[in-house]
Structures are given as structure tokens and as C-alpha cells.
Design a protein around this ligand. Sequence first.
Ligand code: ADP
Ligand code: MG
Length: 269
Amino acid sequence: MKTIDFSLEASYSNDSSYFMKDTLKTTATINIAHLGVVYRTQEALRDINCIIQPGRLTGIFGPNGAGKSTLMKAMLGLVPLNSGTVLYQGKPLMQQRSKVAYVPQRSQIDWTYPATVWDVVMMGRVKKTGWLRSFSAVSRQLTKNALERVGMIEYAERPIGQLSGGQQQRVFLARALVQQADIFCFDEPLVGIDQKTQAVIFEVFQELTAAGKIVLVVNHDLGESITHFDDLILLNCELIATGSRQQVLTEQNLHRAYSGKVMYYSDAA
Ligand code: ADP
Ligand code: MG
């Protein structure tokens, strides 16, 4: 199986030990304390407290309008906090945005933007290195590796708007990979995609967590895919529960989050 090259050196080396050398040496966590968000008059999140661990696939779950996207955006400083703090390695996460790769919900992306698959992934490097250095040989190699990893290299010259939903999601996954981030945030990456894309996405998440990265994924599907997650944050404006999948997926928690109306994969925990 192909793995991802996270380090610059790795793009010039076939030595797979480079892959592990880039793993995080500290057990860096994200600590969310008393986080609240208010949109105009509507309270979207109230007093959220949780810890996100590296090396574990963490899902943010809850019904429509529960505040899942808001939590991710608030963590990254994309919507203002009404209260609380979000720390990474003890410092405000929003001051460390270069360590984060964020893929928003597909519905929030302008798919008419006239860019090729290759350009969309290379633009991930601009954020990492700035314009001047972003078109280096290293960036090109990382872009090629990432597109190969997600099975999209043969589409490199296609306009992004011409792809299927699943293909677009894989391109954005590649764009996240080239950023060589420590923290990966995906908002609803599993919506409107095919089986092959779902398999690729979970394989890559597995590689990222195995390399000690923080991988945070908004999802709302309580079907079989939930079994891929190690830890869950279950929301409905308030924090309903957080911890391991087994701890969170109790009938009582699900009924509290979904107001009693819930169908879920019965072996999920
Ligand atoms: P989820 O991602 O769980 O579906 P969101 O975080 O998108 O939920 O939204 C949480 C609540 O905040 C919803 O009631 C939504 O209508 C509201 N909301 C989200 N974004 C905005 C905004 N920009 N302005 C006002 N209200 C918003
Ligand atoms: Mg959302």
C-alpha cells in the first residue's frame, strides 16, 4: 500500500523510514474549554469542553443544525467565539493556523472556479510556503504524490468543476495532504461520495492517525461508517458526550442528542 510523504525530504527519498521520522514527538492535544458561539441572537454552541487527541480519528456528530460546522470554524478562528478558549500545545490554536489543513463542506466551495485538479492541489502549497516558494520542485513532487495517493493523478489537467462529488472530495483530500499539517479538519467529507472515495478517505485518515496527526471529521451519518472513528464529540448546541466511541454511543446519549428520533447502526459501539 502506498503511504503519504509528509516530510520534504521524503519526496526525494524512497526510504520509507522518513515517513515515521515526521511523526509528532509530543502528545499534543487540542483543549477546548467553555467554548460558546452566538450568531446575532441565536446561540449555536454553549459551554463546550473537550480534548482532541492526536493519533485517534475523532468525529463530531449530532443532528442538522447542532453546531458541528460552527465548532470546527470556531476552533480555527473562522467565526468569533462568544466565550472560551481553544489551545493546541498550550497556545491558542487560531494563532497556529499554518499547522492546520481545513477542508470545508463541499457546498461551501465554488465549483465554477476555473482551476484544474493540479492547480487546486498546488494552491494548498501556497498557504504552506507563500507564493514565491510554492511552485518549487518539492511542491510539485508533493502534489504528484498526493494525487497518486488519492487515485486522481490521471485527472490532473481536468477542470475541478467537471468531476463527480467523490472525485472532488479526493482532490481536496490531496490538497490537505500537501500542506504537511499536524492537524487535519474535514467538514462532512463523506456526503455525496461513492464507495471507492469513502474507502480512500478512511485509508488516508488511518495513515494520518498512525503518523500521530490530529484528524477531526464532522459527520452526521450514524451508519456503519461510524465504526471507523476512535473518539466522538456528540453535540446538540451543548456537548452531549465526548470520549471513546464506546463511551459516547449509548442509547441515552443518542436519544438526548437526537431528541428521541434516531436510527443507528446497532453494532456501532
Ligand atoms: P451543523 O453543521 O451541525 O448542521 P451549523 O454549525 O451549521 O450546524 O449551525 C448551527 C446553528 O447555527 C444552526 O441553527 C444554523 O442555522 C446557525 N448558523 C450557522 N451559521 C450561521 C450564520 N453564519 N449566521 C447565523 N446563524 C448561523
Ligand atoms: Mg454543518
